[in-house]
Design a protein around this ligand. Structure first.
Ligand SMILES: [Zn+2]
Ligand SMILES: [Zn+2]
Length: 213
């Protein structure tokens, strides 16, 4: 799928889609999830999902080691660990060309950098470079779970990422289940900022387990 097509597709999804038939944030056993990429695709079909994305930490092995992309419902993705000032932020690239050389320097070569939080924190990436490389690989860059970052001025933070080329915010996210203690803004605030900067609103469950949330 070319970049503009993916952008239109993402813009066509609404809040209801993200809680019913679209899940663009799932982890497989190639990072710290429990299901294989093919098990995820099967589980998604059973749940009547129309589109899903496996967004593993710092790796696209889910796509390189399986034929899961043959499923029309699967959008290729990857979630990168980055730093912004003194905080750790996650940026997801969607629709990236998995054969692109662009991503190679920012992917993790070792297993620990995909699976274990401690090792992941040893190699944090520059968000500007990550966004540029996602774009050069044909993808769209989205800030994952934006309410989780303890920045003092949220508007400035998003503005700076937008200047780097950020395309959207993961507005629809299960904070209730996953990150209740790490939630610094309301979904309403995030929606307002997304509208202010004309950003794409995406969503996903961040499922890591044997079942899709
Ligand atoms: Zn994340
Ligand atoms: Zn995640």
């Amino acid at each position: 799928m070319i970049r503009e097509e993916l952008k239109s597709l993402l813009l066509s999804f609404n809040e209801k889609d993200y809680f019913e038939n679209v899940d663009l944030h799932i982890h497989s056993c190639e990072s710290d999830g429990k299901m294989s990429p093919n098990e995820i695709a099967e589980a998604a079909k059973k749940k009547n999902k129309k589109y899903i994305a496996i967004a593993d930490h710092n790796t696209i092995d889910a796509y390189l080691s399986t034929n899961v992309l043959r499923e029309k419902m699967v959008i290729p993705a990857v979630e990168f660990d980055c730093y912004y000032k003194s905080i750790v932020i996650h940026i997801i690239g969607y629709g990236i060309n998995i054969d692109s050389e662009e991503l190679r320097p920012i992917l993790s070569e070792n297993k620990m950098g995909k699976k274990h939080l401690f090792y992941r924190l040893l190699k944090l990436r520059n968000p500007k470079e990550v966004i540029e490389r996602i774009h050069n690989a044909g993808g769209i860059a989205i800030l994952a779970h934006p309410a989780c970052y303890p920045c003092i001025n949220f508007d400035n933070f998003i503005n700076e990422l937008v200047n780097y080329g950020l395309d959207g915010l993961e507005v629809y996210y299960l904070y209730r289940y996953l990150r209740l203690l790490l939630k610094f803004r309301s979904v309403k605030t995030i929606k307002e900022i997304a509208d202010k900067y004309n950003l794409i609103k995406t969503g996903g469950t961040d499922s890591h387990g044997r079942k899709l949330l």
